[in-house]
Design a protein around this ligand. Sequence first.
Ligand code: SF4
Ligand code: SF4
Length: 182
Amino acid sequence: MAFFVETIDYKRECGSCSECCKGWLTGTIYDYDMSPNYPCHFVDSNKCEGCCTIYEHRPEMCSSYKCEWLTNTLIFPEWLKPEKSKIIITERSIENEETGEEITYLQVVECGQTISPVTLNYMLMLAIKNDLNLEYQIAGQYHYHGSTEFLNAFLVNDEDTEEVVDEKVVKKEKNKNKKVKN
Ligand code: SF4
Ligand code: SF4
């Protein structure tokens, strides 16, 4: 995914954040499922407010995962840190079934509460100004903004799909918020 400025050389750290271990991103860790309202089995919230009890032996999908706040320091301001903003932003891709090409997009997953209007506005303006594809949740429902190719990749001609007035925005029930990049 192309961004508009070179990254400046400063690093962010997860610190006290553990939102990607709380079930808002899904996954199976050593046979234990993690899903909304069911945090990872290996989070120890009693001792250290969300630390990983198997950190040295955590699976590759955990050690390789980095949210966009952590890596894209110029695009995503400090206030979007997941433990503060209560959203997790992940770069993902979906295959165009006709051409076989990968379409990249940003996925915005809520962390147990409805995305705030300020945060939603920031993400939508970012996507509009930079022609980014965006999959985002509002109160748990997925919505989409982006290119026709991107929307078509998600659009399914069945009764579960509900089109919204804006032709560039469709919403569809689809839970694909896995922690591991797909
Ligand atoms: S959500 Fe991002 S900042 Fe928070 S623990 Fe996961 S990778 Fe780190
Ligand atoms: S195993 Fe993975 S998801 Fe579970 S607490 Fe550790 S880093 Fe988080």
